[in-house]
Design a protein around this ligand. Structure first.
Ligand code: PMP
Length: 401
């Protein structure tokens, strides 16, 4: 008899269920607005030209890329990643108070960060926005850290529930961990303003709450890498401690390469050294050392001024397409006279529109129109094109009518 026959089956994550349903749908008009990946106007995966260029450089030196590297990853990659999010002139970097370790994309960075916290900060709970990226609670649950939520999204205004957020953080126990999304909040497309971030920062520091930033969309909100890092930089500038998980999946289109970084900003260089040794102790039995290829692509781009500015332009073009899609969809719904206020489609930012469509309405759109999106009504704007907007508008119109 199997030793595992008693195991209950774990349901598939909703987004993967949506993706396999899409794959199996033979309809020629099917539309994939589910998983958060960037697509071109033709609906194709997008290889950034600057990434192709970096890869062509790498093939000239393939031998160098097959050896083991340190547990913490490529040192230059770590340094450049820290500078990207904190700014090259960051006081924390200059004072060697930042530890950065290369990890397996955003997921790996969050996971290693959560495991570190479970070992050394376990008495505290983590607060996660309501709603948030569906995997967020799992990192902490698996590590054995209790998860709580704070109010974030107001379904009435389709915007930020700032009052609710402040109340909930204010009543969190002293020292709690707070997971924050640096920009382009998944799934709501709603970010605090810089003034609101400052109020959040003051409240969190006064209660000694520990910020853990997830930065998966730097550059894909404003089109400007510096601007999209402002929230993080505000917290780092005050000298307090802070965790940051960075991902290059969306921002360089390197989904499959699993490249990202975890940074921990510490109070002193001395603490940073201890923390780094503890991070190695978490990583070493997990996967020993991270993969080289994806991080080499990123390093090639970040270290070269021309390629860096080319990357900037390509990000700008990507976000311009997303903003265009917002305008297009909003105008088309207005033209059709679809009931409801759809202005949040243009006021929300980044890759996602949190449409407000109910799970039933989404199911209706899938069944009748072969349109696939997350059950919570999140639309990946990058899955849309001028050609497919009318089909989506017909579906939304029929769903809300
Ligand atoms: N954080 C956020 C906010 C995300 O949206 C995602 C991907 N959807 C991730 C982390 C994880 O992605 P990856 O591991 O590819 O960086």
């Amino acid at each position: 008899d199997s030793k595992f026959a008693h195991l209950p089956r774990v349901p598939e994550a909703p987004i993967f269920a949506v993706m396999s349903a899409y794959k199996n749908d033979p309809s020629p008009v099917k539309l994939n607005l589910g998983m958060g990946v960037y697509r071109t106007e033709e609906g194709k995966p997008f290889l950034l030209p600057v990434v192709r260029e970096a890869e062509l450089l790498l093939v000239n030196d393939l031998e160098a890329a097959k050896d083991y590297i340190p547990t913490t990853g490529i040192a230059e990659f770590n340094k450049l990643s820290a500078e990207l999010i904190f700014g090259a002139d960051s006081h924390a970097i200059i004072k060697n108070r930042v530890v950065t370790v290369q990890c397996l994309s955003g997921t790996g960075s969050l996971s290693i960060g959560a495991e570190f916290l479970a070992r050394h900060y376990k008495q505290h709970v983590v607060y996660i926005s309501q709603p948030s990226y569906e995997n967020h609670p799992n990192f902490f649950i698996r590590a054995g850290i209790a998860v709580n939520t704070y109010r974030y999204y107001d379904p009435e205004t389709h915007g930020l529930d700032f009052q609710g957020l402040l109340e909930d953080l204010n009543s969190a126990p002293q020292g709690s961990i707070v997971l924050l999304q640096a920009c382009g909040h998944n799934p709501t497309g709603v970010d605090p303003t810089l003034q609101q971030w400052e109020v959040i920062r003051q409240l969190m520091r006064s209660k000694e709450l520990l910020p853990f930033f997830d930065s998966a969309y730097q550059g894909l909100v404003s089109g400007n890498l510096e601007e999209d890092a402002q929230s993080v930089r505000l917290f780092v500038a005050d000298g307090g401690e802070c965790f940051i998980a960075q991902s290059y999946s969306k921002t360089m289109g390197l989904y499959a390469e699993r490249v990202g970084a975890l940074s921990i900003v510490c109070k002193t260089e001395e603490v940073a050294c201890r923390v780094e040794s503890q991070l190695k102790d978490v990583i070493s039995p997990t996967y020993f050392t991270p993969p080289v290829y994806g991080a080499s692509i990123v390093t090639a781009i970040l270290r070269n001024r021309e390629m860096y500015s080319q990357w900037n332009s390509e990000l700008k073009a990507m976000i311009e397409r997303l903003i265009n899609m917002r305008k297009h969809l909003f105008d088309a719904l207005c033209d059709k006279g679809t009931p409801g206020d759809w202005s949040h489609i243009v006021s929300q930012v980044g890759m996602y529109t949190f449409s407000g469509l109910s799970e039933e309405q989404v199911a209706f759109m899938t069944k009748e129109y072969h349109i696939y999106l997350s059950p919570d009504g999140r639309i990946n704007m990058a899955g849309l094109s001028a050609k497919t907007v009318p089909h989506l508008v017909d579906a939304i119109h029929a769903a809300v009518a």
